[in-house]
Ligand binder design. Structure first.
Ligand code: SF4
Ligand code: SF4
Length: 372
């Protein structure tokens, strides 16, 4: 199983689509989302309990998550010293990563780092100087021997040109990411009245995705490389193999989140949503955590096996009205149709031996939600 461990709710940034929005959004979701206001800010459920819990899962993969997990670097070190876990990953904004000693950094299997594209775009959303700090730190950890995967984890909003932002992160003079994932900030909070989402999807995002798919296929043809753009990588692998997918982030069946008080939730965003808790690390066996799945309209959607339901949290909370959710689903359909059209060309490249099925291999449920 994969576990996101929420080490702290604190963060040292105030990104526009995260904490920056908390003061702005209308919180009337129309459904009962009673939040546990007594959750401790930092993980305080006991590292011994955590280790006992993880010991019962021979395939445990633990991802440090927050807030900003490196605000509790002491816990990161202690858990990495003690927890019986095969793989550690971290999802971080990168601001403190330079302070973690190489003996810990180099043990991460994967580092997912929040960055949105070129300097101006990243700093606009995340704060002045963030882009430069990230690229300096990534160059430093590579120089100090980090060999694992570094994934650029973009949040995408209306001022993102998806085509140029993804291409930039994949190739630029400062630090070129071999792996890129992006997630659209859509249907996560009650902000739709302030958004210009439909127009952006129609005029920029969806056409940009089609251009990116062409670019991706072009690189396969011209260079024999399958670039690790996660929303294409995982989905194309499934289209090629005929594999059906449940929720692609794995939340609620293979990917669970451990709250700061030790409760287990289906997903890291469902912090404090007591009604949806699935157990506690001190009393629940990791291999017996109940499963939850998305419901209507996903359960009767014709592309459910491709999409998986996009997001359990959104499916439960439904922050956007139905007509706006349809626009979000339209982005999934655009991705599905674009990739499906690319399948014959990819199959031909495989047949010619220009690329190989192994080129699509990746760790599933590694924190990339896959469906943006
Ligand atoms: S496209 Fe929309 S309705 Fe269909 S499975 Fe995905 S999220 Fe659900
Ligand atoms: S996609 Fe939704 S359900 Fe999955 S991890 Fe993200 S917020 Fe949670």
């Amino acid at each position: 199983m994969f576990y996101h461990l929420i080490l702290t709710d604190r963060c040292n940034l105030c990104c526009s689509y995260c904490r920056g929005k908390v003061f702005d959004a209308e919180e009337d979701y129309g459904i009962d989302v009673e939040i546990d206001e007594s959750l401790p800010l930092d993980f305080d459920s006991g590292i011994e309990d955590l280790c006992e819990f993880l010991k019962n899962d021979p395939d445990a993969v633990l991802t440090f998550y927050g807030g900003e997990p490196l605000m509790r670097m002491d816990l990161v070190r202690e858990i990495m010293d003690k927890a019986p876990v095969g793989k550690f990953m971290i999802q971080t904004n990168g601001m403190l990563l330079h302070r973690l000693e190489p003996e810990y950094v180099n043990r991460f299997d994967t580092i997912l780092i929040s960055i949105d594209g070129p300097r101006e775009l990243t700093d606009l959303h995340r704060g002045a100087g963030v882009f430069d700090r990230i690229v300096q730190t990534l160059n430093k950890i590579r120089a100090e021997g980090f060999k694992g995967e570094i994934i650029a984890r973009m949040t995408v909003v209306e001022n993102t040109d998806i085509y140029s932002a993804v291409k930039y992160l994949s190739s630029n003079p400062y630090f070129s990411f071999s792996s890129v994932h992006w997630q659209i900030d859509a249907d996560f909070s009650n902000d739709y009245r302030k958004r210009n989402f439909g127009t952006w999807v129609r005029e920029s995002y969806n056409p940009g995705i089609r251009r990116l798919i062409s670019e991706w296929q072009g690189i396969m043809e011209n260079e024999g490389r399958v670039v690790r753009w996660y929303p294409f990588l995982d989905t194309m692998q499934d289209l090629l193999t005929g594999r059906k997918s449940r929720l692609r982030c794995g939340s609620g069946y293979i990917n669970y989140s451990i709250m700061t008080d030790g409760h287990i939730a289906p997903c890291p965003v469902m912090v404090g949503m007591k009604k949806y808790y699935l157990g506690h690390i001190s009393t629940t066996h990791p291999l017996h955590i109940p499963q939850v799945d998305v419901s209507e309209p996903c359960s009767r959607c014709d592309i459910r096996d491709f999409c998986g339901g996009r997001c359990l949290y959104s499916n439960i909370i439904r922050p956007w009205p139905e007509n706006q959710r349809d626009v979000v689903c339209g982005t999934v359909r655009n991705l599905y149709e674009g990739l499906s059209e690319a399948v014959p060309g990819v199959v031909e490249l495989l047949r010619q031996g220009r690329i190989f099925m192994a080129d699509f291999d990746h760790t599933r449920y590694n924190g990339c939600e896959i469906i943006p």
